[in-house]
Design a protein around this ligand. Structure first.
Ligand code: IPE
Ligand code: IPE
Ligand code: MG
Length: 244
């Protein structure tokens, strides 16, 4: 096969960046600190990243905060993570709102504690008209669970006679995901050197560019984000239709 020509055109900057924030426990272990300290510093990195994303003109930032599989961690760690989440939602809401951040949460809410569900509701309602940047937090989120939930809702609608089985196509599934109004991420970034999706946005990332950074999440900052965007801009996106 002929070698690709040097690239003529770089991709436009991404509107939507999704991040698998990974490496909190390794960060703590390297410092002989308790796991929870890694998660605490990870929450600080979230604050810095949301700010940097706004400054870089990113319109949508999705952060994978807790997966449907993370319940399998030790009870104490799950408790610590939920505690940090409560703290984040309580403490950051005013600042997020003041900075024009619209907050959305994707994932299965039923599995979350009542007070956390209430905090999410409050954050979404308070910030719903903000337009500077949309922060999508993936909580109790699994990509397969999201697709299954779309399938269930479509099946129920078909049984109720609202839609025909033939109407269930890619657009119909997209329209029944947790946040159908959010465009798909052009760039998916994972930290800590791991190179896998871990059940994150399986449907939405069909054509996303994947970028991996060795940095452990608590050390992540705006420079890492800029670097990932520069890498993205040097990529040639093809969508299966490029003329060879
Ligand atoms: C990411 O860091 C945070 C969550 C998954 C909640 P980890 O806790 O996965 O840390 P590592 O990957 O084990 O270092
Ligand atoms: C993915 O990271 C989930 C989040 C970042 C919230 P994990 O650390 O849970 O994924 P694996 O276990 O390395 O695949
Ligand atoms: Mg991990």
């Amino acid at each position: 096969m002929a070698h690709a020509e040097p690239q003529q055109q770089s991709a436009a900057p991404p509107r939507h960046v999704a991040i698998i924030m990974d490496g909190n426990r390794r960060w703590a272990r390297q410092r002989n600190m308790p796991r929870v300290e890694g998660h605490r510093r990870g929450a600080e990195a979230v604050r810095a990243t949301v700010k940097a994303a706004g400054e870089l003109g990113i319109e949508y930032l999705t952060l994978f905060a807790f997966s449907s599989e993370n319940w399998n961690r030790p009870l104490q760690e799950v408790d610590d993570l939920m505690g940090l989440l409560r703290l984040y939602l309580r403490r950051e809401l005013a600042e997020l709102h003041g900075n024009g951040v619209r907050v959305r949460v994707i994932g299965e809410r039923d599995g979350l504690a009542d007070d956390i569900r209430a905090l999410i509701q409050q954050a979404e309602t308070t910030t719903r008209d903000n337009r500077r940047i949309t922060l999508i937090i993936a909580l109790n989120y699994g990509g397969q669970a999201e697709i299954a939930s779309a399938a269930r809702r479509l099946a129920a609608r078909a049984l109720a006679g609202e839609i025909k089985v033939e109407d269930i196509d890619e657009d119909a599934i997209s329209d029944h995901l947790y946040a159908p109004d959010i465009p798909v991420p052009e760039l998916l970034l994972r930290t800590s050197g791991e190179q896998r999706l871990s059940n994150f946005m399986l449907w939405q990332c069909a054509y996303s560019e994947l970028v991996f950074d060795d940095v452990l999440w608590p050390d992540f900052d705006g420079r890492n984000l800029e670097k990932a965007i520069a890498t993205f801009c040097g990529r040639e996106r093809r969508f299966g239709g490029q003329v060879g």
